[in-house]
Design a protein around this ligand. Sequence first.
Ligand SMILES: [Zn+2]
Length: 110
Amino acid sequence: MSNEILGHVTCPFCLSQAKVKRNRNGNLYYHDPVCGPVNNHGDAFPDWIEDNMIPISQEPEPVAASKPDPVPADDHIEPMETEIEEPEPVRTAEPKPTPVQPKSEAGLLL
Ligand SMILES: [Zn+2]
């Protein structure tokens, strides 16, 4: 029995869940998929692990490496319309044309 998983901590660097283990010398360290094994020889490191780890015995169920489902892409997103208003041509004495009525309103006028 070597490198028994004692619990889990959230890696402060990559925020992934790391497995807490004990090395041959009996020192605590953790291992996460991003950072790999993280060791520190100072006294504060094992203290930090003990303070932050969730021991296996206290975990309700072993977490099967389940990642949250990615948010499905919303295929109803319409591309943003970029309307570029062209400068109005300079009119002479012509009266302004009445704006085109939408069909629904035009029907009421008939
Ligand atoms: Zn990490």
